[in-house]
Design a protein around this ligand. Sequence first.
Ligand code: 13P
Length: 252
Amino acid sequence: MRKPLIVGNWKMNNTLQESLSLIEGLISNRLSVDRDFVVCPPYTVLSLAGKLLKETKIQLGAQNMHFEEKGAYTGEVSALMLKELDVSYVIIGHSERRKFFGETDLQISKKIFTALNNELLPIMCVGESLAQREGDYHHRIIKKQLVEGLKLVDSSRASDVTVAYEPVWAIGTGKTATSEQANDMLGFIRTILINLYGESMAENIRILYGGSVNSSNVDELMIQPEIDGVLVGGASLKSDEFLKIMTYSDRG
Ligand code: 13P
């Protein structure tokens, strides 16, 4: 049985002071032990967040890392540096990194490999653009991103990877994929994972949906059989809103 996973991606938001009040708002509440929770602040906040989240139900994630272990890569951060700050998860290949920083499937595959070698749990993002969906080749795009991005991951490590399907046209637009569209694509992703790793291993891999998730649509998404969790951007920046998402369907 896969445990639901709720992840907040803060992107390039929140100073130390803002982060402090956001995290304090999140940890003052009782959270279900049957779900996993992760927040991914910017690098500058990881140290503080690691201290505040110690001994809580919320784990720490980073938004990116470099694929080399160390060296002359000005401005970059390594997996080991993240481990030192009590980071457990790392988002890899977010569509904003692909779009604004030219990240390729090859780089993404190396990052996932390095993350796993350093005992970080990668959250690998895949997603198609609006033109690709309207051109009806979104399945082909997702398959390519998965197969190329996972090519350095063998089946013994596959269950440590989480896949997040985030259609680019649904990110920050207020336009969520319908729960059926999301469920359909996640089912397709599962069949690819089964082809790559076999049924019993692929059954352990969590697949998330992301793109304009909020407290009003999370329940409908989370009842879909293929959806194991959500990757939340904007709605993870306010503690009361993100708490409602974390406690989906528990609310009276
Ligand atoms: P929004 O929830 O703001 O659409 O962002 C989704 C996202 O990109 C999370 O990684």
